[in-house]
Write a protein that binds this ligand. Structure first.
Ligand code: NAD
Length: 504
């Protein structure tokens, strides 16, 4: 029998045929915004309009929260056994995988990342996250406290209630899944507000969840702007917790909204300016440079944990900077719908202008631009930036202090181990960090000293749903992923029972 090879997919043809539905999903059905208002959803690839999306506002959030509360209160989901919830969520994960090509295309069109990564990373990772929490939920046990003989104290976890999830545009499906996985597995109901820049996959996910058997009202999606739908959700008196991922600026607001409303719990997963420390005793400078470039320019540099502050020991700094600048030729932006493309479009015009503004600030402050530094593919109608490396950066420069959220790396130089610990920690952020050294003692010393939620040693690529993800300092106060995420979406209850001694 001869082998058949599948013909390559013509993503442009599929994109042209696509007619995404931009209506909200409330109570298990598609609905227009109560006001009838919509906003334009356009593709950063070429500026083409993709859909009219429901412009959710307070009335739509009220309807979604009421639906979520009804679903929670009558126990249609929360009172199912963990094993029953597992079965539904595993079907949901299977449906995400079965719709992989459609979801990947929506993700790429909506936020500009290369189709190869939407297919290989975003959709599978979102499905794996849902499946992992489904598999976990009937294997976690509660506790009995070590009290005296006349008492029994049960420490149990209960679903928290109605969770508001507010997520960004850089990994729309994965960020949604990091909230949905633990919250739905725990038995909560969710109202998800996707970013106005990338609402399409979240809406489709909600439909697939209903098809998988998730009861109506358990998972609602209301698209809209942050200052409208987002604010209404975070201020809502009947929302028990907000799972937020986004900028530190908006994270501050989440805490204010909670203070101004019902003191709902707020779990913030915020920005980063991760330090990537390379010592002269690193035994593979080439791999260190390749890994830095690969992690920095993946997803157009629009990753919260991108190693955007690279700190290199002075004696190897010139060699490292030259290597990393040379790597940029592998990441030149191209059409995200072509299978070979590794660098796609910046999410929109606003973000493009912000990134270009930082590049200008770097040049004006005297940093040396060793690669890129310009807009790219200007005749495409979309938004592209060449992968950019600045050398000779000082830690007080704007490009070293602020999160750029684009393909711009800053290389700084240091002399001693003590210097670099102080330099790396001199940032309002503390999401991730890396240490490259062949000295095992130094690796441990520096990893302990770095104030970051995750520290990588001699690598930067490892990532898995089994480990917590979150930051120190102004990178946030929560942890997504791993069993620890259940803490965010469950209440801890103590129940005391008296045990009478035997009568005789
Ligand atoms: P953003 O803060 O502008 O928006 C995030 C979400 O909040 C969006 O849904 C937006 O509509 C909503 N929002 C905006 N203003 C609001 C308001 N006033 N009230 C209520 N909701 C509001 O962030 P972004 O530009 O979408 O995302 C980029 C940021 O996300 C970066 O800082 C990045 O580092 C961060 N991020 C962090 C993680 C993490 O796990 N720590 C992961 C991904 C992205």
């Amino acid at each position: 029998m001869g082998r058949t090879t599948a013909a390559p997919i013509d993503w442009h043809a599929r994109a042209a045929a696509l007619q995404p539905d931009g209506r909200a999903v409330i109570d298990g059905v598609r609905v227009a915004a109560a006001s009838g208002a919509t906003f334009d959803c356009a593709s950063p690839i070429d500026g083409r309009k993709l859909a009219d999306v429901a412009r959710g506002q307070a009335a739509d959030i009220d309807a979604a929260v009421a639906s979520a509360r009804r679903a929670f209160a009558d126990g249609r989901w929360a009172h199912q056994s963990p094993a029953a919830r597992k079965r539904v969520l595993l079907r949901f994960a299977d449906k995400l995988l079965a719709a992989k090509e459609e979801l990947a295309l929506l993700e790429t069109l909506d936020m500009g990342k290369p189709i190869r990564y939407s297919l290989a990373v975003d959709v599978p990772a979102a499905a794996r996250c849902i499946a992992w929490y489904a598999e976990a939920v009937d294997k976690v046990y509660d506790e009995i406290a070590p009290t005296g003989p006349q008492a029994l104290a049960l420490i149990t976890r209960e679903p928290m209630g109605v969770i508001g999830a507010i997520v960004p545009w850089n990994y729309p499906m994965i960020m949604a899944a990091w909230k949905l996985g633990p919250a739905l597995a725990a038995g909560d109901s969710v109202v998800l507000k996707p970013s106005e820049k990338s609402p399409l996959t979240a809406l489709r996910m909600a439909e697939l969840a209903v098809e998988a058997g998730l009861p109506p009202g358990v998972f609602n999606v209301v698209p809209g702007y942050g200052h409208e739908a987002g604010e209404a959700l975070a201020l809502h008196m009947d929302v028990d917790a907000i799972g937020f991922t986004g900028s530190t600026r908006t994270g501050r607001r989440m805490l204010e909204y909670a203070g101004r409303s019902n003191l709902k719990r707020v779990y913030n997963e915020l920005g980063g300016k991760s330090a990537y420390v390379v010592f002269a005793d690193c035994d593979d400078l080439e791999r260190a440079a390749k890994t830095a470039a690969g992690s920095m320019f993946f997803n157009q540099g629009e990753s919260c944990n991108a190693p955007s502050r690279v700190l290199v020991q002075a004696s190897v700094a010139e060699e490292f900077a030259a290597r990393v600048a040379a790597e940029t030729v592998k990441y030149l932006p191209a059409d995200p719908l072509e299978a070979g493309t590794v660098m796609g479009a910046i999410v929109d015009d606003i973000q493009l202008r912000s990134v270009l503004g930082y590049i200008e600030a770097g040049k004006a402050e005297g940093a040396v631009c060793r690669a890129g530094g310009t807009q790219a593919r200007t005749d495409s109608g979309g938004y592209y930036v060449a992968p950019t490396v600045f050398d000779g950066v000082r830690n007080d420069m704007k490009i070293a202090r602020e999160e750029i959220f684009g393909p711009v790396m800053s290389v700084l130089r240091f002399d001693t181990e003590l210097d670099v610990i102080a330099l790396a920690n001199d940032s309002p952020y503390g999401l991730q960090a890396a240490v490259w050294t062949a000295n095992v003692h130094r690796a441990h010393r520096v990893a302990r000293a770095l104030r970051a939620g995750t520290v990588h040693v001699n690598q930067y690529d490892e990532d898995d749903i089994t480990v917590p993800f979150g930051g120190y300092k102004q990178s946030g106060n929560g942890r997504d992923k791993s069993l620890h995420a259940f803490d965010k979406y469950t209440e801890l209850k103590t129940t005391w029972l008296r045990i009478e001694p035997a009568a005789s």
